[in-house]
Design a protein around this ligand. Structure first.
Ligand code: MN
Length: 183
């Protein structure tokens, strides 16, 4: 995780800053707003901003929603009720998330997002593509790039995914993100 944070994440920040050189209006935006307005980024810079702005925003969320094992609390009543009414049960949501994370071919992320109409959705994206570009607000994101799990889990992505879901989600933060995405 230290290497992941100090080397991989820092690389995205440096490359994003390089891509935005000379684009002062865009450089002033938060990275989240930059991704929400990705269409306003000049075409020759857009892919660099998607890759590196996405990399920055996705990892920033990821660090925030991780907790040391067993300290992350529980989903709020509101979030749990909405998960059950959207996906059928907490187990069904868990299964959907695991499948999204497990079947993303190559590199990407699995997400629980609040969509533009306030509904919950679970899906994955390729590479560093951010749900913000689709008008969705991510409240849980799991990095399924090999660099995220290979040192500890080698090729066992499913073990990494189930350990994350069962032990390392900071629900206190996720509950706050959910409340603010709904307001
Ligand atoms: Mn990563």
């Amino acid at each position: 995780m230290e290497i992941h944070h100090s080397k991989h994440h820092q690389g995205y920040v440096n490359n994003l800053n390089a891509a935005l050189e000379g684009l002062d209006d865009l450089a002033e935006l938060s990275v989240e707003d930059l991704l929400r307005q990705i269409g306003s980024v000049p075409a020759d810079k857009r892919q660099a901003v998607i890759n590196n702005g996405g990399g920055h925003a996705n990892h920033s969320l990821f660090w925030e929603i991780l907790a040391p094992s067993g300290t992350g609390g529980e989903p709020s009543d509101k979030l749990l009720n909405d998960i059950v009414s959207t996906f059928g049960s907490a187990d069904a949501a868990r299964e959907l998330f695991s499948t999204a994370a497990g079947t993303r071919f190559g590199s990407g992320w699995a997400w629980l997002v609040v969509d533009g109409s306030g509904g919950l959705q679970i899906y994955s994206t390729a590479n560093q593509n951010s749900p913000l570009m689709e008008g969705d607000t991510p409240i849980i994101g799991l990095d399924v790039w090999e660099h995220a799990y290979y040192l500890k889990y080698q090729n066992l992505r499913p073990s990494y995914v189930s350990d994350f879901i069962d032990g390392f989600i900071n629900w206190k933060t996720v509950n706050e993100l959910y409340a603010s995405a709904k307001s």
